[in-house]
Design a protein around this ligand. Structure first.
Ligand code: SER
Length: 316
């Protein structure tokens, strides 16, 4: 039987690009995008979906004979702090609905995105191993730790084939992140290319794990297509490619765009970033399903600049 895929949160930073990649692979009509905004043009097939609307979710899965769900709908780390209970509700109860659905409708596979935000101040900061204390301080991190444990639980208890990655901060040109702590690493490119001084909301030396979006999308698809016996971690896989600070990415951008300017005005997001770790040991993902990143800081920076220049050139 062919696959029929539902993507939730399909308008988000990862969702937009992942949906396009899945459509390349499985055919446009076999990948249904959904999100809590009205149908955007050029994104068909698209369905309006509030992830807390269980009835609607069940209808969609039945009507379209969905076989896999990529469940990306969530509120991110910085925005989560403005409304913790809403964040818990969407991030956790949304996932529970999907996992119950997977059980009842016998979905073949589910993807759940986790994050470096599951780490906290008791986690080793450098080359953070796979199995570590997870005591996050943000409600987003708390919801994602709980989500990882739920995924593992549904796998052990009901045999649900749910797979997960702890994404680093994601940098991409096709979409803009909303309400995350790592968003600066996307914004800084747009400011540089517009000739504006970038006011960075993190301090210059705040190093975080990051990844270029083509790597993140490829990792997701490779994880989901790996033979089931290779998937040995059922909470969520550490995943890494590069780590940098605002000062380091600024220096790299300046090599390509010497006019680029930055100032620093750390806000509440600085504390969130400081509670995370700075680099990740992803040897388990490499060993289990052959993960290897393609982009480092310099290759990513060059490509980002080229791609955003193209966007601005086409649109203005
Ligand atoms: N990039 C995300 C955030 O900042 C981490 O999951 O919230």
């Amino acid at each position: 039987m062919s696959e029929k895929i539902l993507v939730t949160g399909a308008n988000g930073q990862i969702g937009k690009v992942l949906t396009a990649a899945l459509r390349e692979k499985y055919g446009r009509k076999n990948v249904i995008a959904s999100d809590i905004v009205k149908t955007p043009a050029d994104n068909e097939p698209y369905l309006f979906l509030d992830i807390l609307n269980k009835t609607r979710l069940y209808e969609i899965v039945e009507d379209h004979n969905i076989t896999q769900v990529f469940h990306l709908a969530a509120i991110l780390s910085a925005n989560g702090e403005w409304n913790p209970l809403k964040t818990w509700n969407i991030n956790l109860n949304g996932l529970i609905t999907i996992l119950e659905l997977a059980k009842e409708k016998k979905l073949k596979k589910v993807f759940f995105p986790s994050t470096i935000a599951v780490f906290g101040r008791t986690t080793p900061r450098v080359d953070t191993p796979q199995a570590v204390p997870l005591e996050p301080e943000t409600i987003y991190g708390i919801s994602k730790v709980s989500g990882e444990l739920l995924c593992n639980y549904y796998h052990q208890k009901y045999g649900i084939d749910v797979r997960s990655i702890r994404y680093p901060g994601i940098i991409g040109y096709q979409s803009i992140p909303h309400g995350g702590t790592t968003d600066y690493a996307v914004e800084i490119f747009h400011s540089a290319l517009k000739g504006e001084t970038y006011e960075c909301f993190l301090a210059p030396d705040t190093r975080l794990p990051m990844m270029y979006i083509p790597d993140a999308i490829r990792a997701t698809i490779e994880l989901m297509e790996a033979p089931v016996e290779n998937i040995k971690t059922r909470t969520s896989y550490n995943l890494a490619s590069m780590s940098f600070s605002p000062a380091e990415i600024y220096a790299e951008i300046k090599k390509n765009l010497p006019e680029a300017q930055i100032t620093y005005q750390p806000d509440f997001r600085q504390e969130i970033a400081a509670s995370w770790t700075e680099s990740i040991d992803d040897s388990q993902a490499r060993a289990d399903w052959g993960w290897a990143p393609a982009y480092d800081l310099s290759a990513m920076t060059k490509d980002m600049i080229e791609q955003i220049e193209k966007l601005y050139f086409q649109h203005h």
